[in-house]
Ligand binder design. Structure first.
Ligand SMILES: [Zn+2]
Length: 203
């Protein structure tokens, strides 16, 4: 069952999505963030498919903004979590962010979730709370601007970057020795969000 929650629009995130998709719809970066000591969250901009007339006639709503997200809560996680290999004992939740044509608010849709064998499904609730908190007005996802997230040139060699995944990494594929679309940013408590240190997640 999908839980749908209306949230206030996040204009900066919408702007960031536009910039990424304008550069490439194939190389959409997956931004990973640690949003709590034990929680890592990933977000990826998505293009919107045009709704067919038949679906519209059936009451379908045209999406004008779309993100796919994934969050994992791992007890005692101290290092970067590889989201592709869910650590044992972890809880996870897939989610999407959508805006429909003519609607000011966005919709957070909480989708598939997982929890360890033997524990209660309610143990996923703190993870859902953290996802929602990150998307609130003072949450970290309201602070992601194209200026902060995307750099036009490689920080190591200065070569111009056009691939949105490389622009998100701030480092070109040669210097980074990777073409991964996964970009992990570690948020520390001592520094403001604009001074994230960058840590390459295991691609
Ligand atoms: Zn370079």
């Amino acid at each position: 069952m999908t839980i749908k929650i209306m949230i206030a629009a996040i204009p900066k995130l919408a702007e960031l999505r536009e910039v990424v998709l304008a550069h490439s719809e194939k190389r959409k970066p997956k931004w990973g963030f640690r949003i709590a000591v034990d929680i890592v969250m990933e977000l990826q901009a998505q293009p919107c498919l045009l709704l067919s007339e038949r679906l519209k006639a059936g009451g379908g709503k045209q999406a004008v903004l779309s993100f796919e997200g994934y969050a994992v809560m791992t007890p005692g996680a101290a290092s970067a979590v590889d989201l592709k290999k869910r650590p044992p004992g972890s809880r996870s939740r897939k989610f999407s962010l959508l805006q429909f044509d003519g609607e000011p608010n966005w919709q957070l849709a909480l989708g598939q979730r997982s929890w360890p064998y033997g524990s209660d499904v309610d143990s996923v609730a703190p993870l859902d709370d953290a996802i929602l908190a990150a998307l609130q007005v003072d949450g970290i996802f309201t602070q992601l601007t194209p200026e902060r997230m995307l750099k036009p040139a490689c920080m190591i060699c200065g070569k111009a970057l056009t691939d949105p995944a490389s622009m998100s990494r701030w480092i070109g594929p040669e210097c980074a020795a990777t073409t991964s679309i996964r970009i992990f940013r570690e948020k520390t408590d001592r520094r403001p969000i604009s001074a994230y240190s960058i840590e390459e997640a295991n691609a």
